[in-house]
Design a protein around this ligand. Sequence first.
Ligand code: AQP
Length: 332
Amino acid sequence: MTEKIRVFSGIRPTNILNIGNYLGAIKGWLEFQERPDLDCLYSAVDLHGITSPYESKKYQNQIQELVLEYLAVGIDPNKSHIFIQSQVPEHIELAYYLSTIYPVSRLEQLPTYKDKKQEQPRYINMGLLYYPVLMAADILIYKAKLVPVGKDQLPHIEVAREMARSFNKSFGQTFPEPQAHLMKGAYIPSLTGEGKMSKSKPDSFISLLDDLKTIEKKLAKVPTDNGHDKVLPKEGGVLSLLNFVELFQGLEKKQEYEKLYLTTGLQYGDLKKDLAKSIYQELQPIQEKRNYYADRPKEVAEILEDGRKYASNIARETLKEVKEKMGLTSNG
Ligand code: AQP
């Protein structure tokens, strides 16, 4: 029997998941768990979450909430392994080893680090700089070859690839070079029309748990124009809206609106109302499933324990191999 190809991905428990996380990352997770040739590990990456300002008293709830949302969107514990990152501390140990073979200057130049420095100027901690190192360890500890993520994570995947190459060169072939897997929704713009949709920017997102009224209100605020021009907009709120139309209502509908924009004019009120309905239609079953699991904490705890055990076994094996290859233990 050929060995399954391993898949790893994770999300920070910084807030309720939004449609950016859902279309950009989770849709890829769901696609991969259906493939019998893949072995999928999906983690609530709580150690990454604490590199941004957070409230320790609320953090356990946020982590548990993220797990409920993983289950709610359809991550199936019979097809995937779900676990909490900090419960497999081997990630941290591997991250340290990897940090010794990687230049600090490369980490300082990463766009994600520079962005976060601007976003949280009073919270520029070592963990933030170290984020891509720990993320590389998250992936490499499982020798994962595929990483379904959004576009913003590409620089981090590149770091993981460089680390794998560098480690293999110095200590012998150990890690495969992981590849990012991007979905159609790999970059979901913010509702403000500027930058990407982000869990930590409240004006930017529609959350997976929003009701119809809230979605309508949020879409109503998306900045638009007079609905008519000779060329389609290349940025801003209108582009975001058309993007959502394609992802939730299909390409044909988007093309219909584009045609109106270029001819008689587009009525945003109608577009927004219709779009809100379509988004809510997709989110409603997710919200029901989230409530189903919220009522079954024992079942959720068992799923997490199974996931932790599975992940820990692989992680321990990899660490043993790494320590031997680095000369930290004898291989006798
Ligand atoms: N706007 C987006 N479009 C497509 N994909 C996105 N992702 C995030 N935003 C978009 C993908 O969702 C996953 C979330 O991973 P994360 O929580 O570890 O970090 P992130 O990329 O920093 O996500 P957020 O939502 O912006 O969170 P905060 O605000 O906490 O930093 C990743 O696969 C990401 O690519």
